[in-house]
Design a protein around this ligand. Structure first.
Ligand SMILES: [Zn+2]
Length: 329
């Protein structure tokens, strides 16, 4: 498959992913999903990319994996370009491109999944459901509007945090509760069930247009594949070592910094304004610092050393404005 390459011919172009037509045909009957089975028993791994169409780092990474070929030693590996319609719209020049009809990362609650599939995102969720149901370990690759280090969103299950610590794919591990507007793929049924062993992580690889985001996404894929004893394609391993040497991607700290989300701030009025620093993750030392206004309501940091996570510069009523959290070691 021909990747979108830079003028040096070696690395993906920041903010650009491979064209849809450059991906090989599906090998499992569902468009833009590829499944590689081993004859030996083992866990089913799934890597999901471009749930949000403008977040191309994951598409670059699964493009590279498909180019190199995967040959799992046990179990199975599933790769999915999750929202191909939004991804194609973004590549064609849709200035936002996050979704076509509605945000695909708010549709994974049982209530939403029981609704008739009337638009492109809900239809695509139905196509991906059988794969998610059988997945033992999911890494869902995203990028962010604002600059920031790689962040792993683990949800509430201790097993997800433990897995993230072992994989070591992000600088911060964020134990969060998701969004009021609906469940993410990471939060889907068994991934949030204390009785289940199915485990999901959402990795924010960096800013959408950042040259590092694609390398962070690919490194995460290689860590996942290597962690379960699958052979990493030699070319990808060499490329990754080169990128690490040149500082295009960095090894995350071990252990990563853990953050527990204490508050999810949801926008209430049409007059919401964020006033804090423009970065995906900020630590505000002083309690009571004004960080946003929602109509007449000031929003201040509720405690010292408050982490502001992924603040929205523009958000409408019902959308997440930001999350606040405590550093927990
Ligand atoms: Zn996203």
């Amino acid at each position: 498959m021909a990747m979108a390459v830079s003028s040096t011919g070696s690395s993906p172009v920041p903010g650009r992913g491979p064209a849809l037509g450059d991906f090989p045909p599906s090998n499992c009957g569902t468009a833009y999903v590829w499944r590689f089975d081993s004859t030996a028993p083992g866990p089913v791994l799934m890597i999901s990319a471009a749930v949000h169409g403008n977040e191309v780092c994951g598409a670059q990474a699964i493009g590279a994996l498909l180019d190199s070929g995967l040959n799992p030693a046990n179990g199975a590996i599933i790769l999915a370009l999750a929202n191909p319609d939004a991804y194609a719209a973004y590549l064609k020049g849709d200035s936002v491109g996050r979704y076509v009809d509605q945000d695909m990362n708010r549709l994974w609650g049982a209530d939403m999944l029981a609704q008739p599939a009337i638009d492109r995102e809900t239809r695509r969720c139905r196509e991906l459901l059988p794969f998610l149901r059988e997945t033992d370990f999911l890494v869902d690759l995203h990028s962010m509007t604002l600059e920031g280090p790689p962040l792993v969103l683990t949800g509430q299950m201790p097993r997800a945090r433990q897995f993230a610590e072992q994989l070591c794919i992000g600088d911060f591990l964020i134990a969060d509760t998701g969004h009021a507007a609906g469940l993410r793929m990471r939060d889907f049924g068994p991934f949030s069930d204390a009785q289940s062993r199915q485990t999901a992580l959402l990795l924010e690889c960096g800013q959408h247009q950042s040259p590092q985001a694609g390398a962070v996404a690919l490194r995460a894929c290689l860590r996942l594949v290597g962690f379960f004893g699958h052979k990493i394609p030699e070319k990808l391993e060499k490329d990754m070592q080169k990128q690490l040497r040149h500082g295009a991607v960095q090894e995350p700290p071990r252990p990563p910094q853990a953050v527990r989300i204490t508050d999810t701030i949801t926008v209430r009025t049409e007059h919401y304004r964020y006033l804090g620093p423009a970065a995906a993750l900020n630590i505000v030392a002083e309690q009571g610092t004004l960080i946003a206004r929602d109509g007449d309501q000031p929003i201040t940091t509720p405690y010292p050393d408050c982490v502001i996570l992924m603040p929205s510069m523009q958000a409408s009523p019902g959308q997440t404005a930001m999350r606040l959290g405590r550093l927990t070691g």
